[in-house]
Design a protein around this ligand. Sequence first.
Ligand code: G6P
Length: 366
Amino acid sequence: QNIALGPYTHYMQKEIFEQPQAISDTLEGVVGISSSIFGHETPAMFKRLKRVLILACGTSYYAGMVAKYWLESLAKVPCDVEIASEYRYRESVPDKDTLVLTISQSGETADTLAALEHAKSLGMDMTMTICNVATSAMVKRTRAHYITRAGVEIGVASTKAFTTQLAALFLMTSAIAKEKGLLSEEEEKARLKDMRHLPEAMRAILEKENEIKEWASVFAQKNNALFLGRGMHYPIALEGALKLKEISYLHAEGYPAGELKHGPLALVDAEMPVVTVAPNDELLEKLKGNMEEVRARKGELFVFSDQGCNIQPSEGMHVIQLPENYAVLSPILHVIPLQLLAYHTAIAKGTDVDKPRNLAKSVTTE
Ligand code: G6P
């Protein structure tokens, strides 16, 4: 028994269960939403910015994809999210009034650091990072930063770093919205309240572990899986697929559910489990239509719904309902069952969960 693991079998499992604490640590001391939380230069930067360019890799890139939905809908700021290794080598059109934001757990990822330097060399001087390591190169090379307080993450597959990045990104989005006069006092209070509720909401979801474990025994028998989501849950579908690939070696793909008919539907048959991220939002009815397309091809659905969705389990349709509806913070919560699904599928398959083959925790070379 490894003392550091406490009651857990693997670091990944421990880290999944540490998320409520990691979120409250990350938001500790935040008494109001203000641009100065991010450093003394950020009030001026947030006022000046006309666009945001997010640069990241892997799971951190998916956090950036969620942030794009938030930034454009809540702060009305156009946002591009780019894979660092692509951005650094392509010709792009720089814009001085762009906030360049890197997202990184380690703060040492070579591609992300190089992409940051590339952006700077193009004359973009407003740089910021959301990072889990205060002493990292990323923090040293950016003008503003927000340090997530996930604590040390050991499992190669990122979990608590991701959800804390999302919490920081939501806080940043709200601060930019406030700077631009788009956040009323009432909304600010409501957002703070919702953020403070996250740990409790997470704990209630973590209690679903046993139900998810049962699903995992089905996935462990399969070779492929599809993950569907819409809107700001599309990146969550991508992250769910990535987690499954990384540690259970199943081939998994994430798709925006509306794209199903443009290709992946051809893969759907009785052997294809289809995970659906199905929060009760304005896209739910559309999503239900996509689910019918899957059922019509005998694809088996594994649906994570939430309060008020009214999706009943039936033949070929498995449903786990999360206890609440989480509105705009929903991606932070809906990713948790997907982490647990990947974890338990890997356990059922007997893979090396914390150290998956061919992967490294931090990729410091190109
Ligand atoms: C590696 C890790 C991933 C991580 C990515 C980016 O590929 O295995 O879990 O998401 O690097 O790392 P960073 O430290 O920059 O977030």
